[in-house]
Write a protein that binds this ligand. Structure first.
Ligand SMILES: [Zn+2]
Length: 71
């Protein structure tokens, strides 16, 4: 049994503060679109993390379908 099923789901948000991209290490400026990964609480540029982001969303959706089908 799992709790917090979506705790690690990444989100596309607008940076509210200046921070640093965990993928390329370059600064992220306030107001930029970023991918936010709650697991490690690290932000990444949209262009750096978009592929991973889409992949993660797809796997979450697959899991949802799997659960609906088998539970
Ligand atoms: Zn980056």
């Amino acid at each position: 049994m799992r709790t917090n099923k979506y705790a690690g789901e990444p989100r596309q948000i607008i940076a509210r503060v200046n921070c640093k991209c965990h993928t390329c290490g370059m600064p992220i400026k306030k107001g930029e679109e970023i991918i936010y990964w709650p697991n490690g609480k690290h932000p990444g540029h949209l262009k750096c993390d978009e592929a991973d982001y889409r992949f993660s969303l797809a796997s979450f959706e697959d899991e949802e379908r799997y659960n609906q089908h088998y539970m």
